[in-house]
Each structure stands twice: as structure tokens, then as C-alpha cells.
Design a binder for this molecule. Structure first.
Ligand SMILES: *[C@@H]1O[C@H](CO)[C@@H](O)[C@H](O)[C@H]1NC(C)=O
Ligand SMILES: *[C@@H]1O[C@H](CO)[C@@H](O)[C@H](O)[C@H]1NC(C)=O
Ligand SMILES: *[C@@H]1O[C@H](CO)[C@@H](O)[C@H](O)[C@H]1NC(C)=O
Ligand SMILES: *[C@@H]1O[C@H](CO)[C@@H](O)[C@H](O)[C@H]1NC(C)=O
Ligand SMILES: *[C@@H]1O[C@H](CO)[C@@H](O)[C@H](O)[C@H]1NC(C)=O
Ligand SMILES: *[C@@H]1O[C@H](CO)[C@@H](O)[C@H](O)[C@H]1NC(C)=O
Ligand SMILES: *[C@@H]1O[C@H](CO)[C@@H](O)[C@H](O)[C@H]1NC(C)=O
Ligand SMILES: *[C@@H]1O[C@H](CO)[C@@H](O)[C@H](O)[C@H]1NC(C)=O
Length: 906
């Protein structure tokens, strides 16, 4: 029966009344809700009482246009408060539940703890963007979140969430980007994810997820990025991922995936990044891989892959890295691989590959690493083994190569490491080896059949740290010229047919006798066999002559280093004086007239910060010494307060290289590139300003200063209460290691690893700074004198003194110094260690002094608990390895990260 008109009208009016009331109360509620939020979170600049009623004017708050709504403000539609140092529990943000029009909530990079307020977030029916990443939220992902049905972007990554992904979330069908990585989530990746029609990004790496990758994932056709590395996923890689051909990034490293690589992978013409290493994948690499023509990285090491390396890789013209090490591949390296003009690393170590040396590879002019080690390659090595290329690592050991060491080796002008051990090489060591002056990490020709004398030209390798010629048939005397190997630390000439007296040369006599044993006619220190009188006189003479020469060489290089250092210091001082004068002039002219100079170029890389930044204020901040936050080797950092209230760090490059400014476009491109580096432990530029010949880089403000300040309490040395606790220090160490490992992974060497360059964010996550310096000052391009003194005093590895080249193992050393600082709470250089002794030497010589680790480690940390002490001892071991004198013995950063994680879990 239809209602009477009167009843209908009454009902209608009642509705209008109720609705008006609810609108009115909604308005009032929003104010209340916002004040509640302010009370609970107290964002630093929400305190201005003047704006008390107008929450829409609070920073980071966006309201809908008030037009048509009369006098009142609009409704809150967005709250953006990333990186504001917010503390409080998840519950403290539950007031947002009373903001029904909220579409966007960004509270990332804060210090929120406790549970997610599922109830109130779930009541936000219009919420499209929720970013709570980089906090310390714990507990489970609440099922009530399912109420936020409009969600398109959900980011809960890098918290401490645990438990499974609740089934109720299956109703969030509109999700486009789901990021839940870096938590402690367990259980399965739900199958219904495969049914989300718009899912574009799924990032769940670094959790403890198990089970299969949902079958059918990708069938909804939008999927671009799938990153699930470091979980415990099983089963196979579903072929559905590639079905629609839209996938661009596939990262599944470190799981337990089995089965084979789906043959339809080639459908993804836009697939640029495939990293599936450290799984249990078997079968052949499908030939269709050649259809993935955008492929840039292909990393499938440590699996059980069989078959041959598909020749079709050659069609991926952009391929930069091909890592197939530790599999069961067989056959030859296809000739056509040589067509990959962009290939920089070919790593096929530890397979069953055979055939001749893949000569075509020499056509890859950009190749810097060729690792064929631990295979069954045979035949001779090509005469022009470098052919003018950029090869830095030539690792051919543990094969069956025969014939001679090619004379053309002399053309390898950039080689850092040559490993030819355990082959079937014959003939003499060519004198041309002496032309490879770049050799630094190792020259290893051990376990071959090399004969003839040691070439005197070896003495020209003055950067080489490790020389291993053991187990060959080398005869004759050890040439005195070898004393030219000024960087030598490790030497092994054992098991040859050498004769005569071992020349007096510190690296020789400091070696163990076993490094010279197995040469029946060899005598002298460090062997126990004394040289007879025949050698006696000659030996003494030689000794005098040589010490003279060594002394000359040492004095010479000292003078050289000293003059380079003085020159650079003088340049710095000259520049600084100029700046001071300029500043003085400005000061005379009075603050008021100080017109900021003409800005030539400026930009912010992060769109939503563009409003908040005033470039002139950035420039002006650098005119006042009072704003200086820190003073590094390459730059001075200032704190700048924007008119908007936002604080940014402004880094003024000490204009070591005017070329930097002259190549502005290149620099800007590099910076833009760097701004996209998405690693939580690397400081990235957010913008820049260029004026006159000055470049200013803008960074986020790091409220907790540097590790140097934290450790050594620079501001307040007597306040021991401020000393950090061990778990925090360990997590800082791991952060820095991860940042550096990432840099090395993308083939970037840091120029200045030191505790002063480790910045701490609001909850003491550590970020490595000065990353851009390595990009802006290219040590290979004429700024060698700068790289010679690169780094901070106390962190510079011993080999830099000779090599004048910054290296990956050099970075590891500097990181080791940072670890020692953390463990001992001592500075890297301090008079208390004694003359000429730095922290590294002090720690390494502790056993000789009869001191135990307890006497080295900071007792304020190590005596707190057994668990801390145990972890500290484990970290001390890592630090000792990192600061090994021989660069070749230092672990890779990736390994360091693993060891530190192990220490943490021990
Ligand atoms: C969180 O994820 C969203 C959506 O994928 C993304 O836009 C945002 O940048 C992420 N936040 C951080 C801090 O990376
Ligand atoms: C992750 O959860 C497991 C148990 O579910 C717990 O033992 C472990 O400590 C947690 N790890 C972290 C980093 O919270
Ligand atoms: C892959 O592993 C799962 C369990 O993890 C097993 O049931 C399955 O048989 C394996 N498949 C292959 C091809 O080895
Ligand atoms: C290769 O890389 C270049 C530069 O990044 C890009 O322009 C080009 O489209 C890529 N080629 C393919 C086939 O993806
Ligand atoms: C080396 O790579 C660069 C890009 O990274 C490219 O421009 C150059 O052409 C390559 N060199 C050769 C010889 O192919
Ligand atoms: C050596 O390099 C040149 C280009 O510089 C190239 O044309 C030639 O083919 C290379 N030789 C070999 C044997 O690969
Ligand atoms: C040289 O190579 C051999 C075998 O390939 C290896 O055992 C040895 O440790 C290497 N020596 C150095 C100094 O790296
Ligand atoms: C090593 O070379 C010699 C001859 O030069 C040959 O007789 C021998 O079979 C080779 N050994 C291997 C393992 O290839």
C-alpha cells in the first residue's frame, strides 16, 4: 500500500531536518576531530592559537572548497604529515574516523607505535590514499580496514606489523598499489589478490610470507611491479604474471620458489628488471627471454637452472647485468652475447659451461666485470684479452684454460683484479704484466704450469695488494725490482722452483714462511734456511742499496702526497677566505641590503614540496655561520627555515670542481636520477639551487643529527644519559651497511664513508649522506687529485695512500671504522692511542698488547647484558674483517649486511 502524500511529505521534511542536523554536527565534529588529532599528535606547527578555529589553514591540511557552504570552512579532504617526527600510538589517530570526506592520509616517516586503528580508518568510505609506512606500528593488519572501500593506494611498509593478511580485505577491490614490505607478516599471500582488477604494484618483500604466489596474479592485466623478495614463498612462478605483457619489474630473490621460468616471460616487452636469484628454480631459461627487449638486469644466480645460456639474450640490447652464477648451466657462452653493447657485468661463475673463451665478448666495450670462474672453459686465452675495454675484473680461475698468459694483458689499462688460478696455463709470465698499473686487488696466477723467471716488471705494480704465483714452475731468483710493489701486503710464491736469496723487502719478511716454502733452492728470511756465504756479501750490499731506494721511494711518495694535500688544502683555504671576504663585505653592507644573488637554476624533485620551499631563503641561510649544521670534506650543511615553517638542509658544495657548475645539465640529470634512488638508508636530494658558481643541494632535515654527534656527544660530552643503547646502535650499523650495499649494487662508490656522514631521522633510522658527491665528482675524470685525499681522516684505508683510487673494498674499510667507533665509543683518531696509531691499529694490536675484547669495547654497553655483549663480540668480528689490511680479504657489503643481521639474531 503506497503511503499517503502527507505522510510522504512529513517523512521528507524529517529527512531534510535530520540531514541538515547531521551536516551541521559534521562541521562541528570536524573541528573537534582536528583538535583531538592536534592534541594527540601535536604536529610541530599546529600550535598557532590564532588559527584555532580554522583547521583548514593548518599545515598539511587540505579542505574542500568552501564555496556554496556559506561561512563555514569546507570539509577536510587530505592530511599530509610525512616526516614530522610525530609520536603517539595508532589509537591517537583514530579521530580521523570523524572526517568522513577524507580521501588522503599520509603519516609516513613518523614514529607512530601501537596498533592500527582499523575501526576508524575503516569508517572512511572515501579514503583513497593511506600511507602509514616508515613508522613503528605493530600488531595485526585489522580486518576492519576493509570498510575503507575506496582505497586505491595502501602503504603499510616498514612497520612492525605481524600476523596474516586478513581475508576481509578482499573487498578492497579498487586497490592499485599495495605496499606491505618490511614487516613481520606471516601466512599466505591471499589468492583473491589475483582478482583485483586494477592492481598495479604489489610490494611485500622482507616479510615471512609463505605459500605460493597467488595463481592467476597478473591476469587482471594491470600489474607492473611485483616485489616479493626475502620471504619464504614456495611453488612456482605463475605464468599468469606475464600473460598480459605489462609486467616491468619482477623481484623474487631469496625465496623457495621451484619449477621453471615460465616460457611466456617474453611477452613482457617492457620488463626491465628480473631478479629471481637464490631460489630453487630449475629447467632452462626460456628462449622467449629475447622478446623482453627492455631487459636491463637479469639476475638468476644460485638456482638449479639447466640447459644453455639462450642466445636470445642478445636481442635485449639494453642488458647491463647478466648474472647466472651458481646454476647448472652447460654449453658455451653464445657468440651473439658480444652484441650487447651496454653489458657491464657478465657473471656465469660456478656452472658447467665449456668451450673456448667467448671471444665475442671482447666487443662489449662497456664490460667491466667478466666472471667465468669455476667452469670448464678450455683452450687459449685471446691475445687481445682487453682490447681497450673498461674491464676491471677478469675472473677466469678454476677452468681448464691452456696456453700462455697473453702478452696483450698489458692493454688492460683499468684492470683491478686478475684471477687466472687453477688453470692449465704454460709458458712464462709476460713482462707486459708490468704495464697493468691499475692492478690493485689481486694478481693470481697460482696453480698453473707457468715456468721461466719472474719478470722484473712486476715491480712496477705499485698499487697491487695481493700477489699469488704459488704452485707453478717458476724458476730463477726473485728480482730485487719487486721491491717496487709498494702496496704489497699479501704475497705467495710457494711451490715453485725459485732459487737464491729472498730480497729484503718488508712485505716479504713479514709474510709467513709458508708463502715461500716449496722452493728448494730459496733461502733467507722468512724461510728458516739461511743463505750461505755466497749470498752473504751480495745480500748485504743489495740490502743497503735497496733500503736507500725504498727510502727514496717512500720519501718521494710522501712528498707527492703532501704536495697534493697541501695544494687541495690551499685551494680550499683560498676559497674559504674569498667566501669570508665576500661575507664580510655583505655584513658591512648590512643585513637589509643583502640582496640574494641571482638564482640561475633551481628545482624541487618532490612535487608536493614545491609550495613549501623558497629558494631565496635557502640561499640566504648559507650566508650565516650560525646556521651551519655540519662541515664535511666536500660540503658545508646549513639548516634553513622556510617561510612555510618547514626546515630543510641546504648543502653547499665546496666548489672543488668548477666543472660541476659548468656541466650544469649533467649535474642536474645526475641529481634527478639520485632523487629517484628509493633506498631508506640513503639520503637523497630533494632539490637544488644554482647561483653564480655555487651549487646548493636540498635535503630533508634530519632531526637527530649525525652518528658522530650521537656517539661522541659532541654538543654535550659530559652527559652520559644521552648515550644510545646497543640495539639502537646495532640497527644504525645495519642501516648504514644496507645503504652502502645498495650503492655498491648499483655500481656506485662512496667517497666519504664516516660517522659524520651518517644522518639520523626522527626515529633513529640511519641514512648515509654525501651520496651525490660520488656522482658529481667523477674520480675517473681529471679530479684524481681530489679522490686521492677523498674521505675523512681516520677512515682512509691504507691502500689509498698508494693507489689514489677510491674502491669498493676501500668503502668497506671505512665502514669497518664506523663499526669500531660504535663498539668502542672512541674517535677514529685520538692521541690516546699513541703516536701514529689510529683506532683500527689500536684494535688490531690489542691481542699483541694482551688485551681482551672486553678492554676494547665500551663497557657502558658491553656490561649491560650478556645478550648485548654477545652481539657486540659478533659485530667486532665483522669490524675486524672489514678493516683487514688486504683489500681482497675484506668482505663485500652484501655479506657484511648478512653478518650483522646474524649478529643481531644471535
Ligand atoms: C607508499 O605507497 C604509495 C602507493 O604505492 C606510494 O605512492 C608512496 O610513495 C609510498 N610511500 C613511501 C614513503 O614510499
Ligand atoms: C617476527 O615474528 C616472529 C614470530 O611470529 C618473532 O619470533 C620475531 O621476533 C618477529 N620478528 C620481528 C623483527 O619482530
Ligand atoms: C615445488 O615445491 C612444492 C612444495 O614446496 C612441491 O609440492 C612441488 O612438488 C615442487 N615442484 C617441483 C616441480 O619440484
Ligand atoms: C633502452 O634504454 C634506452 C635508454 O634508457 C631507452 O630509451 C630505450 O627505449 C630502451 N630500449 C628498449 C628496447 O627498451
Ligand atoms: C657504453 O654505454 C653507454 C651508455 O651507458 C653507451 O652510450 C655507449 O655507447 C656504450 N659504449 C659502447 C662502446 O657501446
Ligand atoms: C676490438 O675492438 C674493436 C673496436 O675497438 C673491434 O672492432 C674489434 O672487433 C675487437 N676485436 C675483437 C677480437 O673482438
Ligand atoms: C689465488 O687463487 C687460488 C686458487 O684459485 C686461491 O686458492 C687463492 O686463495 C688465491 N689467492 C689470493 C691471494 O687470492
Ligand atoms: C694441460 O696441458 C697439457 C699440455 O699442455 C695437456 O697434456 C693436459 O692434458 C692438460 N690438462 C688439462 C686438465 O687440460
Amino acid at each position: 500500500m503506497p503511503p499517503s502524500p502527507a505522510a510522504a511529505a512529513a517523512f521528507f521534511f524529517a529527512c531534510v531536518l535530520v540531514c541538515t542536523a547531521c551536516l551541521l554536527t559534521a562541521g562541528a565534529d570536524e573541528g573537534d576531530a582536528m583538535r583531538e588529532l592536534r592534541r594527540a599528535l601535536s604536529p610541530p606547527d599546529w600550535t598557532a592559537a590564532a588559527d584555532d578555529d580554522n583547521h583548514c589553514a593548518w599545515r598539511g591540511v587540505t579542505c574542500s572548497s568552501a564555496a556554496g557552504a556559506g561561512a563555514g570552512a569546507g570539509e577536510v579532504i587530505a592530511i599530509d604529515l610525512p616526516r614530522r617526527g610525530l609520536r603517539g600510538s595508532g589509537g591517537d589517530i583514530s579521530a580521523v574516523g570523524m572526517l568522513p570526506s577524507l580521501t588522503r592520509l599520509d603519516l609516513s616517516f613518523n614514529s607512530l607505535t601501537g596498533d592500527l586503528p582499523g575501526e576508524s580508518l575503516g569508517s572512511l568510505r572515501r579514503l583513497e590514499f593511506l600511507d602509514l609506512s616508515m613508522n613503528r606500528l605493530a600488531g595485526a593488519i585489522p580486518s576492519t580496514l576493509a570498510g575503507a572501500v575506496a582505497l586505491r593506494f595502501l602503504n603499510l611498509s616498514n612497520n612492525a606489523l605481524s600476523g596474516g593478511i586478513p581475508d576481509e580485505l578482499r573487498s578492497l577491490k579498487g586497490i592499485e598499489e599495495l605496499q606491505i614490505s618490511g614487516n613481520n607478516l606471516t601466512g599466505f599471500l591471499p589468492r583473491w589478490l589475483a582478482g583485483f582488477p586494477s592492481l598495479r604494484v604489489l610490494s611485500a618483500y622482507e616479510n615471512s610470507l609463505s605459500g605460493e604466489i597467488p595463481p592467476g596474479l597478473g591476469l587482471s592485466s594491470e600489474l607492473r611491479v611485483l616485489n616479493l623478495h626475502s620471504n619464504a614463498l614456495e611453488g612456482s612462478i605463475p605464468s599468469s604474471l606475464f600473460e598480459f605483457g605489462n609486467l616491468q619489474v619482477l623481484i623474487l630473490t631469496v625465496n623457495r620458489l621451484n619449477g621453471s621460468i615460465p616460457a611466456n616471460i617474453g611477452r613482457c616487452a617492457g620488463l626491465s628488471n628480473v631478479r629471481i636469484g637464490n631460489n630453487r628454480l630449475a629447467g632452462a631459461i626460456p628462449a622467449s627471454i629475447g622478446d623482453a627487449t627492455s631487459l636491463t638486469y637479469f639476475e638468476a644466480d644460485s638456482n638449479e637452472l639447466t640447459g644453455a645460456i639462450p642466445a636470445q639474450f642478445a636481442r635485449c640490447a639494453n642488458l647491463t647485468l647478466l648474472n647466472l652464477a651458481y646454476n647448472r648451466l652447460a654449453g658455451e657462452v653464445p657468440d651473439v652475447i658480444g652484441e650487447l653493447r651496454n653489458l657491464q657485468e657478465l657473471i656465469v661463475s660456478s656452472n658447467g659451461l665449456s668451450g673456448e673463451f667467448p671471444r665475442s665478448i671482447l666487443r662489449c666495450r662497456n664490460l667491466s666485470k667478466l666472471d667465468l670462474s669455476y667452469n670448464a672453459f678450455r683452450g687459449g686465452l685471446p691475445e687481445n684479452v682487453c682490447n681497450g675495454s673498461r674491464l676491471q675484473f677478469l675472473l677466469l680461475d678454476h677452468n681448464e684454460f691452456s696456453g700462455g698468459v697473453p702478452v696483450g694483458i698489458g692493454g688492460c689499462g683499468r684492470l683491478l683484479e686478475l684471477q687466472l688460478g687453477n688453470n692449465n696455463l704454460t709458458g712464462e709470465i709476460p713482462a707486459e704484466i708490468g704495464r697493468v698499473k691499475s692492478l690493485q686487488i689481486a694478481l693470481n696466477l697460482s696453480f698453473n704450469h707457468l715456468a721461466g723467471p719472474l719478470p722484473r716488471e712486476l715491480g712496477r705494480l705499485d698499487k697491487l695488494v695481493a700477489l699469488d704465483l704459488s704452485s707453478n714452475e717458476i724458476s730463477g731468483e726473485i728480482p730485487g725490482d719487486m721491491r717496487g710493489m709498494l702496496s704489497l701486503i699479501e704475497v705467495n710464491l710457494s711451490n715453485n722452483r725459485l732459487s737464491g736469496a729472498i730480497p729484503v723487502f718488508a712485505p716479504f719478511q713479514k709474510s709467513a714462511a709458508s708463502c715461500f716454502s716449496g722452493n728448494t733452492k730459496l733461502c733467507g728470511d722468512p724461510l728458516v734456511v739461511e743463505c750461505g756465504p755466497i749470498y752473504g756479501s751480495n745480500y748485504g750490499m743489495d740490502h743497503r742499496k735497496i733500503s736507500y731506494r725504498v727510502a727514496l721511494a717512500v720519501v718521494g711518495s710522501c712528498v707527492l702526497i703532501f704536495s697534493v694535500v697541501s695544494l687541495v688544502v690551499a685551494l680550499f683555504m683560498w676559497r674559504e677566505r674569498q667566501e669570508k671576504e665576500a661575507e664580510a663585505k655583505m655584513a658591512e653592507a648590512g643585513e637589509v641590503v643583502v640582496a640574494a644573488p641571482q638564482v640561475m637554476a633551481s628545482n624541487m624533485f618532490i612535487e608536493n614540496l614545491q609550495q613549501a620551499i623558497d629558494f631565496q631563503s635557502c640561499v640566504k641561510a648559507t650566508f650565516k655561520d650560525a646556521n651551519i649544521v655540519s662541515n664535511g670534506t666536500f660540503s658545508t650543511t646549513y639548516k634553513a627555515v622556510m617561510p612555510s615553517g618547514m626546515i630543510v638542509c641546504v648543502k653547499k658544495l665546496k666548489s672543488v670542481d668548477r666543472a660541476v657548475i659548468h656541466h650544469q645539465m649533467k649535474m642536474i640529470r645526475e641529481l634527478e636520477c639520485l632523487s629517484h634512488i628509493n633506498h631508506p638508508n640513503l639520503v637523497r636530494p630533494i632539490g637544488y639551487v644554482i647561483y653564480e658558481d655555487v651549487a646548493l643541494l636540498l635535503h630533508h632535515h634530519m632531526p637527530n643529527g649525525t652518528l658522530l654527534q650521537l656517539l661522541h656527544n659532541v654538543d654535550n660530552p659530559d652527559d652520559d644519559n644521552q648515550k644510545p643503547d646497543w640495539p639502537r646502535l646495532l640497527s644504525i650499523a645495519i642501516d648504514v651497511a644496507e645503504g652502502l650495499a645498495f650503492l655498491h649494487h648499483v655500481a656506485t662508490i662512496h667517497l666519504d664513508v664516516s660517522s659524520g656522514n651518517v644522518l639520523l631521522d626522527s626515529h633513529y633510522n640511519a641514512l648515509l649522506g654525501e651520496v651525490e658527491i660520488s656522482k658529481l665528482l667523477d674520480p675517473s675524470k681529471g679530479t684524481a687529485s681530489i679522490s686521492a685525499v677523498a674521505g675523512s681522516f681516520g677512515y682512509i684505508p691504507p691502500e689509498y695512500a698508494y693507489t689514489m683510487q677510491v674502491t669498493v673494498p676501500g668503502n668497506v674499510y671505512s665502514f669497518g671504522v664506523v663499526l669500531l667507533e660504535i663498539l668502542t665509543s672512541k674517535l677514529p683518531v685520538d692521541e690516546e692511542f699513541g703516536e701514529g696509531v689510529d683506532l683500527v691499529k689500536w684494535v688490531h694490536s690489542a691481542p699483541a698488547r694482551g688485551e681482551t675484547p672486553e678492554q676494547i669495547m665500551d663497557p657502558k654497553l658491553s656490561t649491560v647484558s650478556f645478550a648485548w655483549r654477545r652481539q657486540m663480540l659478533a659485530v667486532l668480528k665483522v669490524a675486524m674483517l672489514c678493516t683487514e689490511r688486504a683489500p681482497a680479504k675484506r668482505p663485500k657489503m652484501k655479506k657484511v649486511v648478512e653478518m650483522l643481521q646474524e649478529a643481531k639474531n644471535s
